[in-house]
Design a protein around this ligand. Sequence first.
Ligand SMILES: [Fe+2]
Ligand SMILES: [Fe+2]
Length: 183
Amino acid sequence: MMKSDITSALVEEHRLILTMIGLLEKNARLTLAGEFTDWQFYLDGVDFIRNYADRFHHAKEEDVLFAALIRNGMPKEHSPVAAMLMEHDQGRDFVRKMESAVLEARDGLSGRERTIAENALAYATLLRDHISKEDGILYPLAERVIPEDMRPEITEGYRQAQAGADAGFSERYRQLVETYEKG
Ligand SMILES: [Fe+2]
Ligand SMILES: [Fe+2]
């Protein structure tokens, strides 16, 4: 019997996150070269990462899918799930540093470009690698090992995890990314 899918929505979210990561990489390189000072782009990037990548997407992983993998027998420590959780935290750290440097630059402090760009690029590199491990290894593993009888509660968990997001939430972030892509 075909099992009900528990990862394709997450793979789909990765694609929008990767598009934003591409924009961060492109603009961070320009900022390093002294050719890009649209600080609002970085603040919108921080907003996207915090609310879409973290609160919306990572919450489904941390609170639902990864929790289910642990309930299904994956160790909590020294395991693929533990590594993914550590990377989520590393990403949050890069974003905090990028944000504070951007706010300083926006307020007129000079010489913050390198810190902004380095943290943006470090986040981008971390998340690209992270997403490729989830798409290529962890999600396929979850699809293989999680039994059908656990899946309805996972689907329900996703629904609850995104209950705080109103109907237009994903669409707004999709449009934000598209606007900068056209920019
Ligand atoms: Fe993740
Ligand atoms: Fe993910």
